[in-house]
Design a protein around this ligand. Structure first.
Ligand SMILES: Cc1ncc(COP(=O)(O)O)c(C=O)c1O
Length: 364
């Protein structure tokens, strides 16, 4: 990676795009592959794909807003949750101001805050408490840092922890009391299943919810994401988007609207994948490693036995055991590995067994 970049790059994304393909046990993935056959179709030769985008946006919103339980919200379609994170934070973060982010975390939010000239302040998720984000910690951190924004991911990457509805209410109340804003990346929500919880933005005018069809539905290739929330906040995001993308592509929006017509089926597939991973994790004797089982999604954050470092272990697992995992340092902890995966094309139980055996092997 170029050393001379005028900003701090998102190291994990660079790594993820360059993982050597072909691991017999691809346990680094956090999303499903596209369903085969696709349960939906759109005639892309139709003229309407080339017409002004308002009708495509309407077709998409009509299906998306009820699906995410945010009927009264405004919606901005963007290119994946990645662009959603950038748009939402650029709409809210002021130069020089503190922004609360999580530790551990998928670092896109922290890097975008830095890119925007904000100052990330990390709030810990508590491993011994199922990777809980404690509203009391958030309240204290908001007070001490003077942060104007809290930026989190729920369900969480890398741990798979999902914030309960009462804790969600407590976090929203803390943000509202502080006069701050909340940005929630909800890309893993489909793994909870249809209707399990509305988008966070449905519950407060100070929240922007980000979503995408990438992970649970396996539709990364569509680059279909969104930012939802109160109209005044979403309009701020739209002003950022004016600098980036002109319009979300109608072809993507029509394909996404068509996929949303099969939401129940696609959510069920995501839930089945999450259940398969939980079963494989539960069937494994982790020995000196420690695992807080994920509530949702297809990733978990495994604590390494003392003395091991995540990069070295990940290299041995790939080279000697054929198992690809993600070194935890990308998420802010060298003492963990992110493991996970999809049972389609990977024996997760055998993959877990190999990971546990490697971690518990005597050091030579
Ligand atoms: C938490 C989180 N947000 C966003 C993304 C990127 O999603 P998209 O493909 O929708 O841009 C990822 C991908 O790994 C992710 O884990």
């Amino acid at each position: 990676m170029a050393a001379s970049l005028p900003f701090r790059p998102f190291e994990y994304m660079h790594w993820a795009k360059h993982v050597a393909p072909g691991a017999p046990f691809p346990m680094h993935v956090s999303g499903l592959p596209a369903p085969a056959p696709l349960p939906f179709a759109v005639d892309l030769s139709s003229r309407r794909v080339f017409e002004p985008p308002a009708a495509a946006r309407e077709a998409f919103s009509e299906r998306l807003l009820p699906y995410i339980g945010a009927l009264g919200s405004a919606l901005l379609p963007v290119s994946g949750a990645s662009e959603g994170v950038f748009v939402a934070l650029a709409a809210l973060v002021e130069r020089g101001s503190a922004v609360l982010v999580e530790q551990p975390a998928y670092r896109a939010m922290e890097r975008v805050v830095q890119f925007l000239g904000g100052v990330p302040v990390r709030v810990p998720r508590v491993e011994d408490d199922g990777w809980r984000l404690d509203p009391a910690h958030v309240t204290a951190a908001l007070r001490e840092s003077g942060a104007g924004v809290l930026a989190i991911t729920d369900p969480h990457n890398p741990t798979g922890a999902s914030i309960s509805l009462p804790e969600r209410a407590a976090l929203i109340a803390a943000v509202e009391r502080a006069g701050a804003f909340l940005v929630v990346d909800e890309i893993f929500a489909p793994f909870r299943g249809a209707g399990a919880a509305p988008a966070w933005a449905a519950q407060s005018k100070r929240v922007l919810s980000i979503g995408s069809l990438t992970k649970g539905w396996g539709l990364s290739a569509l680059r279909c994401g969104w930012v939802a929330g109160a109209p005044d906040l979403v309009h701020r995001g739209a002003a950022v988007f004016d600098l980036l993308g002109v319009n979300a592509p109608p072809a993507t929006l029509y394909l996404a609207a068509s996929a949303l017509g099969h939401a129940a089926e696609l959510d069920a597939r995501a839930c089945a994948a999450a259940a398969a991973l939980r079963a494989a994790l539960a069937a494994t004797d982790w020995g000196a490693a420690a695992l807080s089982p994920p509530d949702t999604g297809i990733t978990a954050f495994l604590q390494l036995p003392a003395g091991l470092s995540s990069g070295a272990v990940a290299t041995s697992l790939r080279e000697q055991d054929g198992v690809q995992v993600v070194p935890g340092h990308f998420f802010g902890s060298d003492r963990h590995l992110r493991i996970g995966g999809v049972a389609e094309g990977c024996d997760l139980t055998e993959g877990c067994r190999r990971i546990a055996a490697r971690l518990n092997a005597p050091v030579r």
